[in-house]
Design a protein. Sequence first.
Length: 153
Amino acid sequence: MKGKADSVDILILKELRDNSKRSIRELAQRLKIHPNTLMQRIKKLERDGLIQKYVAEIDYSKLGYDLHAFVSIKVNKDAKSKWNLVEELRTFKDIAALYATTGSYDIVAIVKTQNSNTLTALISELNKKPYVVETNTTLILYPFKHAYEFNPL
């Protein structure tokens, strides 16, 4: 980050995190700052990389993706293979997120599939990879808090 975020920047980030679809005029009124000032500050936050992207949070279960799971993946010790696997995993349509982890497993994938058959097929495909040593799947029964609700500002 080039500059430091001041208290007004933090307020802007909090409001945008809660609802980035508000108009500039509405957000400026809410924050009690001039709309032009707000637009300049938002552009600076974007340039500095504090705001990286605006996205729509989609309820995938309403599109038929009713089965969500964590799939932990243990990879053999060949580091090159691990990164090859990660690049390949990024192309799987049912993998929503990938994380490098510490502990017994090297990678955790958050998976959203349509049903147990599609989840089974994905796990079977993973276990065919020569650098995958083991997988462990944990089904998500009910989300108590979503990632889009995270706002420590």
